[in-house]
Write a protein that binds this ligand. Structure first.
Ligand code: HEC
Ligand code: HEC
Ligand code: HEC
Ligand code: HEC
Ligand code: HEC
Ligand code: HEC
Ligand code: HEC
Ligand code: HEC
Ligand code: HEC
Ligand code: HEC
Length: 360
């Protein structure tokens, strides 16, 4: 193959071609520029409105769709040259017509009520999807300050609240038919994820609560509608297992009312505090309170030695087996009309009878 002749003439023709190309390119960019200037001369001075990755459609093309010139010369120092097409969220709804209806639900997020769409969205451009000023959870935490820093400081943190979709897993940022801006009924939300065993990062296996509820007929009425009577969906500052109130998750503890704050939010303390009673509890032999007998000591047995707080196959939430260290200790509970009995690792079968109340 012949080498390409590199004559002076040829070289200058090449340069000419290049020149033409450059001029053409320049011409095309100037027309583009001219076009964008015609559409949006404002960007010349207000470059910061379009500086971020995600740009709001009307901002690219037509500032005046929102900022209507009011006849004043612009920019004239100290003079307002524009008025808004409409006020607050009304401005947004003039174009986002669907949202006007979709945000009108029973429960509306306070910032929307206060017309503060721009509290979360930048009307011009932003570095996050949906023109959000920050991503979640940081966006939410910027106003909900009690969530700040909890991932580092709280004893128990629900990762679901802070990772992936974070707050948006359970909340709608605008409005909802369900209280607390929830995207689904509270209990369904929890069971969406807790319908399987979960392995925590520290290796701990968390039980499949959904399956447990399906398999056990006697469910605690406390969780009829929601799980959040006992658990905080976000974090627990100084308690384990996202519990909202004090409760000993171990076999023994000092029996004081305060130790069982969680249970006594809803139950009467008589079941624990009265040594003798015929009304405080059904767990008694005559008037001898067997809750008192088992629990009311400095090394008292805790509720979880006998009860399963979620659901059980026995009546009265009496567990089939309870954890004693590595052992799943059987209780062999038998419920009778007048009382009941247990045969456990703690003792051979022991029976209790409430007796005839009229005789007491
Ligand atoms: C030559 C530069 C320049 C151009 C072009 C320009 N602006 Fe401005 N704009 C300014 C300056 C400077 C200020 C701040 C004025 C002040 O502080 O008094 C301002 C302020 C504003 C404000 C806030 C105060 C007000 O008047 O409401 C708005 C809104 C605004 N500009 C919109 C626009 C729009 C829309 C356009 C295009 C139609 C535009 N600007 C074109 C320089 C410019
Ligand atoms: C979708 C409606 C909308 C469009 C389109 C729009 N703006 Fe705005 N602009 C607003 C709103 C709302 C505010 C008030 C923001 C606030 O209160 O935080 C604002 C505020 C401003 C301000 C006051 C200073 C500031 O940044 O808060 C300037 C300047 C401005 N806009 C310029 C522009 C320019 C230039 C364009 C076009 C490139 C434009 N805007 C397009 C809605 C819009
Ligand atoms: C002049 C009409 C107009 C106004 C006024 C307007 N928008 Fe928009 N907005 C649009 C258009 C057009 C899009 C792009 C829609 C699309 O891509 O489907 C958009 C997109 C958005 C998006 C992103 C939607 C998505 O699914 O990615 C958000 C968020 C948004 N606007 C919020 C607002 C807020 C908040 C206001 C009031 C401050 C507002 N808009 C006012 C026309 C408008
Ligand atoms: C508390 C913060 C917050 C406020 C206030 C807020 N938004 Fe949003 N908005 C969000 C978040 C977060 C998303 C993203 C939702 C997602 O990705 O599921 C979003 C998404 C959107 C979208 C796109 C998706 C959709 O639902 O259509 C539009 C449009 C929108 N917002 C408009 C508005 C308007 C209009 C207002 C005021 C009436 C407003 N937003 C107020 C946080 C907010
Ligand atoms: C601009 C500030 C602001 C931002 C950002 C914000 N919120 Fe709010 N939020 C509020 C205010 C104010 C209330 C009302 C608090 C009150 O009444 O005590 C509220 C209340 C709530 C409530 C309780 C509603 C009820 O019915 O009691 C929930 C849930 C909520 N916000 C979730 C979120 C989530 C999720 C985000 C992030 C997507 C978020 N918030 C971002 C200001 C904000
Ligand atoms: C796993 C689901 C879930 C996630 C994720 C979640 N929440 Fe909630 N949130 C709830 C439930 C359920 C309630 C209602 C609590 C109740 O019934 O007492 C609630 C209530 C709230 C309330 C009302 C006040 C309160 O504490 O009861 C605020 C504010 C709130 N959430 C903000 C947030 C923020 C901010 C995030 C993200 C950091 C978030 N939530 C993540 C489920 C969730
Ligand atoms: C998006 C999935 C998801 C949802 C929805 C969810 N969880 Fe969780 N939950 C997890 C994961 C993953 C873990 C294990 C990691 C961790 O501790 O956060 C967990 C752990 C827990 C724990 C055990 C914490 C510990 O320290 O052992 C409890 C209790 C809990 N969740 C209750 C709830 C309640 C109540 C709800 C409903 C308000 C709920 N979860 C909704 C995913 C979810
Ligand atoms: C009456 C209070 C109460 C209610 C209501 C409640 N829990 Fe619990 N939950 C507890 C207690 C106490 C523990 C820790 C001790 C235990 O497991 O017995 C616990 C433990 C857990 C654990 C950790 C289990 C493990 O293997 O470590 C998860 C997950 C959980 N609950 C989810 C839920 C879900 C989901 C709901 C709603 C369907 C719910 N809880 C309702 C009191 C409650
Ligand atoms: C949010 C309220 C609430 C909390 C907290 C609560 N309970 Fe209950 N509990 C109930 C309700 C309601 C019933 C049903 C009472 C009835 O039927 O008379 C019930 C019934 C019971 C029963 C009897 C079950 C049956 O079948 O009759 C036991 C046992 C029990 N709870 C144990 C506990 C223990 C242990 C705790 C603490 C971990 C606790 N509860 C915390 C509301 C609660
Ligand atoms: C040694 C086992 C044992 C322990 C520990 C125990 N319970 Fe019970 N509990 C029972 C038995 C058995 C019954 C059923 C009594 C009956 O109806 O025959 C019962 C019944 C109940 C009832 C139904 C109402 C009543 O008093 O009859 C509640 C509520 C209750 N227990 C709460 C608790 C709480 C709260 C704790 C921890 C502070 C606890 N129990 C600890 C065995 C125990």
């Amino acid at each position: 193959m012949k080498p390409i002749p590199q004559t002076k003439q040829q070289a200058s023709r090449l340069t000419q071609w290049c020149m033409v190309l450059v001029v053409a390119l320049l011409a095309s960019t100037t027309t583009l520029q001219a076009q964008s200037e015609k559409n949006n001369a404002c960007i010349e001075c207000h470059a910061d409105t379009v500086k971020d990755k995600v740009i709001h459609g009307p901002t690219v093309t037509d500032c005046k769709s929102c900022h209507v010139p009011n006849g004043q010369e612009h920019p004239l120092k100290g003079t307002i040259g524009f008025k808004m097409f409409d006020k607050g969220s009304e401005l947004c709804y003039t174009c986002h017509v669907d949202n006007r209806a979709s945000f009108k639900m029973k429960y509306i997020h306070k910032p929307l009520k206060k017309d503060d769409c721009v509290g979360c969205h930048d009307p011009h451009s932003a570095n996050n999807q949906k023109l959000l000023k920050l991503t979640t959870p940081a966006l939410c935490v910027s106003c909900h300050k009690d969530f700040a820093g909890v991932q580092e400081s709280a004893t128990s943190v629900h990762t679901a609240s802070f990772e992936a979709e974070a707050c948006l897993t359970c909340h709608n940022p605008h409005a909802s038919k369900i209280k607390r801006l929830l995207v689904a009924k509270s209990k369904d939300l929890c069971l969406n994820c807790h319908n399987k065993t979960i392995k925590k990062p520290d290796g701990k296996i968390i039980a499949n609560i959904g399956k447990h509820l399906d398999e056990n007929d006697h469910k605690h009425k406390a969780l009829k509608k929601r799980c959040t009577g006992c658990h905080d969906p976000h974090f627990s500052k100084d308690l384990t297992i996202l519990l909202k109130y004090k409760y000993p998750v171990k076999n023994y503890t000092v029996a004081m009312e305060e130790s069982y704050e969680l249970c006594f939010r809803c139950h009467d303390t008589d079941l624990l505090m009265l040594e003798k009673t015929t009304t405080g509890t059904e767990f008694r032999n005559g008037d001898q309170n067997l809750h008192f007998l088992h629990i009311n000591k400095t090394k008292g047995r805790t509720c979880m030695n006998c009860h399963d707080v979620h659901a059980a196959s026995n009546t009265k939430l009496i567990a089939k087996t309870v954890k004693f260290g590595r052992w799943d200790m059987p209780l062999n509970y038998i419920d009778t009309e007048v009382g009941g009995s247990c045969a456990t690792g703690c003792h051979k079968r022991e029976e209790y009878k409430r007796g005839d109340l009229l005789k007491q």
